[in-house]
Design a protein. Sequence first.
Length: 151
Amino acid sequence: MSILYISKLPPKAKEDNLFYVKPLTKVPTDNDSPWYCPVPIGKNILANMVKKMCSEAKIQGSKTNHSLRATAATQMFQQGVPEKLIQERTGHRSLEGLRSYERLCESQHRAVSNLLSSNEHKLPVRLWLYLCLQMMAHSTVICYSPIVLLL
């Protein structure tokens, strides 16, 4: 979807690094012409866009543009995208502000648990035991192996 959107931006919008631009009043019939003007969408329109789209789609709950930003940041963290790239994409000024969206998912907990319980990566025994003890000390992490199961 975003590839189609980007392909329909006018060259001037790309040059000026404009992403949210106004659509043309009439979509051109030929496939090569842009569908948008090289003019940014107004602040008020952009601020209410997600709310309006969710309302029209009958998605319940309060959804805002910030909801998308937060979800995108969380998803990128969970997929292992580097912090600096996430910061660049979400527009956060500081890494501290960005880190508030870092949430670990079950598959990440399971991967750490499997790593520590199996020691298949041949960690030195002292390091492996140290990591297990660290996991126990930070019992907010739920582990799934019998060796380091924390509830």
